[in-house]
Design a binder for this molecule. Sequence first.
Ligand SMILES: *Cc1c(COP(=O)(O)O)cnc(C)c1O
Length: 249
Amino acid sequence: MSNTDFSSTSTVQTRLTALQQLIQRACENAAKPVDSLTFLAVSKTQSVHSVHEAYQAGLRDFGENYAQEGVDKIIAMQQLVGSNSINWHFIGPLQSNKTRLVAEYFAWVHSVERFKIAQRLAEQRPAHLPDLNVCIQVNISHEANKSGCLPDELIALALHINALPRLKLRGLMAIPAPIDPLADDAAQREPFVAMKNWYDRVKAALPLASQSQFDTLSMGMSNDFPHAIAAGATIIRIGSALFGARNPI
Ligand SMILES: *Cc1c(COP(=O)(O)O)cnc(C)c1O
C-alpha cells in the first residue's frame, strides 16, 4: 500500500490495517519483533461503539485521559465483552481527587509525575486487584507549564515510587514538544532518543530485583510513532490515526 488512508470515511479496521503496515516497517528498520510493541488505542472522546469496533479489529489495550469518561467506557465495555478482556490505561493528567477512580478501574497509569499522586494510587488500589502498573511521565522537552517531571528529578522520583506497595513501576512516558515535520530524521528522533537514555539510566539506578519489571517506554503518537519505534518505544499511543478526528468534548 503506497498511501495510508486515515480519512474519516474509512473504518477503524481499514485504518488499523494501514497503521500495522507502517508499524511493521518501523519495527523491521529497527530490527525489533512487531510483537514486542504494544499498540495502545487512545479512545478519549470516542464512543463505546468505536471502542467496540477497535476491539473487534483485535485491539486489547485502550487509553483514556479523563477518569470519569474512562470509567463509563470501562463499565460499558465490560457489559459487551466481559470484565477481563481489555487492559485499560490512564494516560491523562491526574489530579488528587481522581486517583481513587483510576486506582479502582484501570490496570495502568502512564502519567504519574509526582510522589503524592503515586502514594494516593498505592493507598487506594483495591487489595483484590493486581498491582497497578505505573509509568512516570517525563517533561522531556522542558516545556513550561507542561505535564511530567523534569529529567533532573526523575531518578529520585523513580526510587521513591518503586518502594511503594501495590504499584509496579514499569517505565517512562513522554509527549515531546512537536518538531517540524520537515526536519531530518535525527531531529525528529532526538527527544525519543533522550527518553531511551533516561530509561536506561533509571533502570540501572533501580534495585536489582526491580530492574526486570521496568520494561516500558511509552512514546509515539499518530504523527511521530515511527521515530519513537526507531528509538526504542515499547508502547505507542495512537488516537486520531486509528479513530479519525476526535469528537469535541
Ligand atoms: C490524545 C493522546 C494521544 C493520542 O494522540 P493522537 O495524536 O491522536 O494519536 C496519545 N497520548 C496522550 C497522552 C494523549 O493525550
